[in-house]
Design a protein around this ligand. Structure first.
Ligand code: ADP
Length: 262
């Protein structure tokens, strides 16, 4: 009888091992698939601005070789395009670097006294060109100072990523950006009336490389919101989204005015 028990135990152990191996195999296959998908998206994303840069430079070359006085307006437009694509490339590479730093916990916050309203106004001004080019109206409510101890450039990154998305997925409808102070917490909300996010994808969009199907043809690495959430959480804050497909999305960031990590 002892022998039977041992045999049964041995069988159970082997079955558990086989199940575990199957799980490990499935997980490694999924990881390989995710890596391949990422490599293909990343190369596409990097190639697009590089192609645009090269086209812009070739256009300028042709004008320069033409001998005659170049049409300065065309020159200026080409240079603007080159600047924009260079900026896009830098942003892409910065996000890739941030993700690896965040993964290895190598991001240190440089805390100082910062006015969130001012940060938001600055970012809106920086993205003024994109807003104009995409004909996106923006309603800004960030007049009263909301001051806390935060990392200014990291907050700029949060607002830039959220606003970039609101413009990209916002279907040119008005975007509303608000900064307020509620019960000693800074609250930033960004609402758009764009494509929205389906409820089944909503829980995943803050993950690494996560993109909703509806956004596939918009371009992007699926890293922005991951980085945003990590930065907000490093500040002791939270980020929350509400969205209805076809009607729009509202992202709400809450930040304690001061926070001592650890
Ligand atoms: P990316 O925009 O590069 O794909 P993000 O991490 O910034 O990556 O966003 C992840 C996904 O969340 C996007 O691919 C998109 O599907 C969805 N998303 C983010 N912001 C919005 C928004 N304002 N409206 C609709 N969908 C959004």
């Amino acid at each position: 009888q002892d022998e039977d028990v041992r045999l049964a135990e041995d069988l159970a152990w082997r079955a558990a091992l086989a199940l575990d191996n199957a799980r490990l195999y499935r997980e490694s296959q999924e990881a390989i698939q995710a890596r391949d998908e990422f490599l293909s998206i990343a190369s596409h994303e990097l190639r697009t601005p590089i192609t645009a840069l090269r086209l812009g430079i070739q256009r300028l070359f042709r004008l320069a070789r033409g001998g005659a006085e170049p049409p300065w307006k065309t020159v200026a437009t080409s240079l603007e395009g080159i600047e924009r694509q260079g900026r896009r490339l830098t942003l892409l590479i910065n996000s890739l670097m941030d993700v690896s730093r965040l993964q290895s916990h190598h991001i240190q916050l440089d805390l100082e006294e910062v006015d969130l309203s001012e940060v938001v106004r600055d970012v809106v001004a920086q993205l003024g060109g994109v807003l104009a080019r995409t004909h996106t109206p923006l309603v800004l409510r960030a007049d009263a100072p909301v001051v806390g101890r935060w990392d200014r450039s990291r907050l700029e990154q949060v607002v830039t990523n959220l606003l970039d998305n609101a413009i990209k997925y916002g279907a040119r409808a008005p975007i509303e950006v608000t900064v307020a102070l509620e019960d000693g917490t800074a609250v930033l909300t960004l609402g758009d009336r764009g494509i929205g996010i389906s409820p089944d994808r909503l829980p995943f969009i803050f993950g690494r490389f996560e993109r909703a199907v509806s956004s596939r043809h918009y371009g992007g690495l699926g890293l922005g919101l991951y980085i945003v959430r990590q930065i907000v959480e490093l500040h002791g804050g939270t980020i929350h989204v509400e969205s209805i497909p076809g009607q729009g999305s509202t992202f709400t960031v809450r930040l304690p005015l001061s926070f001592s990590p650890g």
